[in-house]
Design a protein around this ligand. Structure first.
Ligand code: EPU
Length: 427
């Protein structure tokens, strides 16, 4: 059985899209529930595959998990949670499984875990996570488990607070070390840390659970270790990357489109670039409305960076947008220089993009034509769905498991505003 998306393009988008909870918050939030032996309720969890994988890993550790009918609220009861080695295939399928490292070492002073997989964005090291944990007293060995690589971690004398300077403000390392530090003995100071909204969201849950954390959202986070955390209720922030994706689609296709449950401040860098390009939008407290998409958009230059700069997760989708702008635009990805595999497929749809060495030059405007393309990673997939919605004729997007890993109910949401997309299953 395989699945693909079939899109009949060039239809307008009208009506409303409601943004789901943020994937990159929800994944560490769900894992963070294992830091207490109490009940934690998470609201606005997106209905995506990685959440189900994490839930099943937690269940193997003894968590009792209830997901409501709308797949929105998850109640995690960890009263019977116990230590387990995380050495089966599901763990390796999930990039975010590295967050189990911080949680397990924090709680049990040890962890054995398969190294994370995830989507292809070129090499994605976790050396900063490892260096930080070593500074907190962990001994870490990389060993083989069948075909998989695994990490064996032990803090023989328990985890100790430390002053850790991150060579790069990594999102994953900042969150992981914060998760570990809440149970460490003494105080941990993380310097040069990342400031993404998802980090603030994770810290807010930890604080709700009784952790003492200061400085989140700045370059220096201080965590005072505590023996025990308790349960609590937390609402996940809206997904700024999902919001940005639909905002760019709407910029070219809107006919009275409103995007709801959005925090405009979280996508300021995108809004500024779309305005520079000539997009007209009305920004409310938690909505963005586009009455009509405009023609004669201007070319722009994008350079991705750490928050609040332009997010790497939106650059591939921006590439599709720029195929519809007259003149030459450019994109430089300083975070993942290999994240340009969508360009080959966009060119197969008749765009004019040259790319390589962490950069793409896009010459527009191109009349995109439907064809068969492959979603090589999550955001590449979103950029091709967008291209399919713009193109004349039928586009088939294959390997959509990547897209379904990150976009909650993408077919239903796009259908509701008039995009002709369907999921086809074939033997
Ligand atoms: N890096 C290192 N060493 C490390 C960690 C990171 O060199 O130990 C480098 C990476 O190679 C990369 C840069 O630092 O060049 C940024 O990596 P970061 O750790 O910030 O990213 P991440 O935590 O692995 C998260 C998101 C990604 C998103 C990035 C950047 C999750 C589960 N993933 O990854 O999301 O692109 O931050 O914002 O939160 C996506 O949603 O499509 C996605 C890939």
């Amino acid at each position: 059985m395989y699945k693909y998306f079939e899109i009949n393009g060039a239809k307008k988008m009208s009506g409303e899209i409601i943004i789901s909870g943020a994937k990159n918050s929800a994944l560490p939030l769900l894992i963070a529930t294992a830091l207490s032996n109490d009940v934690v309720t998470l609201e606005d969890i997106p209905d995506i595959k990685d959440i189900k994988i994490i839930a099943s890993i937690l269940e193997r550790m003894g968590s009792k998990i209830q997901i409501d009918d709308n797949q929105r609220t998850i109640v995690v009861d960890n009263k019977e949670l116990v230590y387990k080695e995380l050495v089966y295939e599901d763990v390796s399928k999930l990039r975010a499984s590295y967050y189990f490292l911080g949680v397990m070492v924090g709680r049990y002073s040890k962890a054995k875990i398969l190294l994370p997989g995830g989507c292809f964005l070129g090499p994605r090291p976790i050396d900063l996570h490892i260096k930080g944990l070593e500074q907190m007293g962990c001994e870490i060995r990389q060993t083989k488990n069948g075909n998989f690589d695994q990490l064996e971690v032990e803090a023989k004398e328990g985890l100790k607070g430390a002053k850790i300077f991150l060579d790069f403000p990594s999102v994953g390392a900042t969150i992981n070390l914060m998760l570990a530090a809440v149970h460490a003995k003494g105080t941990t100071i993380l310097e040069n840390c990342a400031k993404e909204p998802e980090i603030i969201d994770v810290a807010n849950l930890l604080k709700t659970m009784g952790a003492e954390i200061k400085g989140v959202g700045t370059g220096e986070i201080t965590i005072k270790g505590k023996k025990k955390l308790h349960g609590g209720i937390h609402q996940v922030i809206p997904d700024r990357i999902e919001a940005g994706t639909y905002l760019m689609m709407g910029s070219l296709l809107a006919d009275n489109l409103i995007i709801k449950n959005i925090i405009p401040e979280h996508i300021e860098s995108l809004i500024a670039k779309l305005r520079e390009s000539g997009v007209k939008m009305q920004i409310g407290t938690d909505t963005i409305f586009i009455e009509k998409s405009v023609d004669n958009l201007k070319p722009i230059n994008i350079k991705t960076g750490v928050y609040p700069s332009f997010p790497t997760d939106l650059q591939q989708i921006m590439t599709t947008y720029l195929t519809q702008v007259e003149g030459e635009s450019s994109i430089i990805d300083t975070i993942y220089p290999d994240r340009f595999r969508n360009c080959e497929h966009l060119n197969n749809m008749s765009s004019n993009i040259t790319y390589g060495d962490g950069k793409a030059n896009i010459k527009g405007k191109s009349d995109l034509k439907g064809t068969e393309v492959i979603a090589t990673d999550l955001r590449a997939g979103a950029s091709l769905v967008f291209a399919g919605a713009l193109a004349k004729g039928t586009t088939k997007v294959f390997d959509i498991s990547h897209i379904l890993r990150g976009y909650d109910k993408i077919v239903e949401k796009l259908n509701a505003v008039g995009v002709d997309i369907k999921l086809v299953e074939k033997e």
